[in-house]
Every structure is written in C-alpha cells, then in structure tokens.
Design a protein around this ligand. Structure first.
Ligand code: 5GP
Ligand code: MN
Ligand code: MN
Length: 390
C-alpha cells in the first residue's frame, strides 16, 4: 500500500501514487456511505468510473450497490496455457481468421440460439429473476460472443516458453440490463423511503439486503457472473479448437478464470460483508489471477498473497490513463500503429476510433504491477503476439 487518506468516516487506502481528482472524489463518496465497512481500497489501476472508480474495492454491511458492481456484471479474463512452445506469423494469421469466423465480435451475436445447456441453469425464472427471464431468449444468441471495444481475444508468448490464450469478456446485454434496472430501482426505493442519506448525485444508490429488491438483485447479479464465465468458456473452447486445428497441438491446461465486476459475500476483519469489486480481481492467498496490460504491453499471470488490507484483491489490469474521447484526441494513430508493427504484433488498430484501445490509452503495466507487490506475486509474464478487439 502506498498511502492512507482519512475522511470524516472510514479511511481510503491507495495502491497508487496519483489518483485523478474525479476518482478521488468518488472514493470519498464511497467512504461516506452509511453501509461502507472498515475502509475503501483503491487499486493500482484505478481511474474514474460511473459512481465508483474502476479499480475500487468496497465492503458493505446491510446493503448492495449496483453501481459499485458496474454495468458489465461478471466481466473478466480467462487464460489458458497451451503445450505450444512457439507459433509462427502465418499460423497466427490463420488463427485470427478462424476466430473471426467462429466468434461474433463487437455488437454482433449468433444468428441461432445456442443450446440451453451452454447457459447456467436459471431455475424458476419468472419469480426469482425477472430481468434474466426477460433477456433469456436473446442471451442464448449472445453466449460465446465477445462484445465491444475493450474486450479482446489474444495470443501471447509467456516467459515460461509457452504460448498462452486469453479472452476478456463479460455478460453482454443481460448484465447491462440487470445493472441498469436495479440501479433505477434503487434510486426509486430511496425516494419513496425518503432516505436522503446518500446524495443522488453520487450515483451510488443502494438496495437494502433486507428488501425483496436487494435479494433479487443479488440473485440476478450472481446469475450474470455465471453467465459471463460461461460466455468466456464458450469462446475459449472455440479458440482452443481453432488453435488445435491449425497448429496440431491439442494440449491445453485448465483455465485461470477471474471476474472483475461483482459483489460477493466474504468475511473480512471478522465481519461478514458484501465485497464489491469494480474493476478489481480477487487475490486470495495462493489463488491465480490475471492482470492484462494492453495490446502493446505485457500481461501477467499472478498469485494472490491474501492481503487483508485490499480485502484480498488486486488490480484488474493496467487501467486507463486517457479517457476514450481523450485517447482519440491526444494519441496519434500512425505512431501507435508503427510502435506495434515494429514489435511485429498482429494488432487491432485501424481507425481513429481504435485509439480508445491503443497501448497509449493505458497506464504503464510495469508500474502497476510494482505498486502491488504486497498483494500478488508474479507467476508468468506474457508478451502479446496477436489480438482481436471487440
Ligand atoms: P476493462 O475491463 O476495465 O475494460 O479492462 C481491463 C484491462 O484490460 C485494462 O485496464 C487494460 O489494462 C487491459 N487491456 C485492455 N485492452 C487490452 C488488450 O487488447 N490486451 C491486453 N492484454 N490487455 C488489455
Ligand atoms: Mn466488460
Ligand atoms: Mn472487463
């Protein structure tokens, strides 16, 4: 940890030297929530988000906050170590072409619904999970699809002399709908109950755990977390099939799969709490994690140290240094492309709008990793070889 900032209520603990003013203000809001517990942890990749910084960890008692989970519920990374010790550019190109065929990218989805068995069992939908019930039919066309912008499929070379496969994706439209509807519900509930404890401009409306709405949110949120994992599993299965077909190697180790937008019931500092990780990854002692950098920098496979100060969490990536619009304005497309070409990375920069996802839009991953030596240890470093973006 690098510094502690005191507030009127609980402290902020930060794993970074500088936090932009807007994100710092958001962190102060979190610390002043009536349901916030013990302290607020701000990870090394933190930057401003909607209501709560991305790269933040909030523990609560008695309530959950949809905007402290985020809109892409269950978004996360899946990484697989292959038996391949090398791969050549023609093979990489063929794999990318195969992926484009097999996996709908961006806002595209499958034409035909996938078998129900590929989705987590939703149980008694209508009564228990109204939003999931409403979205279920379209979710069957969205499982196994990447989604837009920031999501990616990547082939990497590890320091361990193995080729790795990585997928970053979330719960597609179903999580987005759950997040939006329960945030609206939380705002409405606060108004009818006359709770003015949380100023509405903080965008952190809470749902009491004692309410039917709070319980329903938890069920729907947990479903979306499972859906997002199933989504990554479907894509990784397709990815492995393509790699096997093109390289002849069908040796794949069990995946590491971590979510970075969710809330979970855990025990910290002797209390049972709801830990909200928004753009943060669990880092229990000995547990594997994934911290990606960008399409032009290293990604890391890490092992958690179980540090209670971060509620046993770590960063979920390098984090943005430039906002999306800012990246388009500030970065130079030609320069960003030249840098990636010089390193022979099969990248995804074509248009000005792709600058939102250029390496220059993200923080220096080496600094981010070094800032959390008390939270994780590095298992393997991965260099990007080829990437597809949403
Ligand atoms: P988020 O879930 O907040 O959109 O992104 C997670 C993290 O993924 C970012 O903070 C960034 O460090 C990393 N990242 C974004 N794009 C890429 C990419 O194309 N490849 C890799 N390896 N990492 C990326
Ligand atoms: Mn996402
Ligand atoms: Mn994500």
């Amino acid at each position: 940890m690098q510094r502690v900032i005191t507030t009127e209520k609980i402290p902020l603990m930060l794993w970074l030297a500088e936090l932009d003013a807007d994100a710092l203000e958001q962190a102060r809001h979190l610390a002043n929530l009536p349901c916030a517990f013990h302290h607020v942890a701000i990870m090394a990749d933190a930057h401003v988000g909607y209501g709560m910084p991305i790269g933040g960890v909030l523990a609560t008692i008695g309530a959950v906050i949809p905007n402290a989970v985020g809109v892409d519920i269950g978004c996360g990374m899946r990484a697989v170590r292959t038996g391949l010790s090398d791969i050549d550019p023609p093979e990489l190109k063929k794999i990318l072409a195969g992926l484009r065929q097999a996996i709908p990218l961006g806002f595209k989805h499958h034409d035909k619904p996938r078998p129900v068995a590929s989705l987590p069992d939703p149980g008694d939908l209508e009564r228990e999970m109204p939003v999931v019930a409403e979205e279920f039919a379209s979710a069957r066309c969205q499982i196994g699809t990447l989604g837009g912008g920031n999501h990616f499929i990547e082939i990497q070379r590890g320091r361990d002399q193995r080729i790795w496969l990585m997928v970053h994706s979330g719960s597609r439209n179903i999580g987005y709908k759950v997040a939006g509807q329960y945030n609206t519900l939380a705002i409405r509930l606060a108004k009818t109950k006359g709770q003015e404890a949380i100023p509405s401009q903080w965008q952190l409306a809470a749902l009491p755990l004692a309410s039917a709405e709070g319980q329903r949110y938890l069920r729907e949120m947990e479903y979306c977390v499972a859906f997002a994992r199933a989504n990554r599993r479907e894509m990784m299965n397709a990815f492995q099939e393509i790699v096997a077909e093109i390289t002849g190697c069908d040796q794949f180790e069990p995946p590491v799969d971590v979510a970075h937008n969710y809330a979970a019931r855990e025990t910290h500092f002797g209390r049972e709490v709801w830990v909200h990780r928004k753009g943060a990854t669990r880092a229990f002692a000995g547990e594997y994690g994934i911290i990606p950098g960008s399409q032009g920098s290293r990604s890391y496979i890490v092992r958690g140290l179980g540090n209670p100060q971060s509620f046993m969490s770590c960063s979920h990536g390098a984090g943005r240094v430039l906002g999306r619009k800012e990246a388009q304005r500030v970065l130079n497309l030609r320069e960003e492309i030249d840098k990636l070409n010089a390193r022979h990375i099969l990248h995804s920069l074509r248009h000005r709008s792709d600058l939102e996802e250029a390496p220059g839009a993200y923080k220096d991953i080496n600094v981010v990793i070094a800032s959390q030596a008390d939270l994780i240890e590095v298992v393997t470093e991965l260099e990007p070889l080829a990437v597809l973006k949403g």
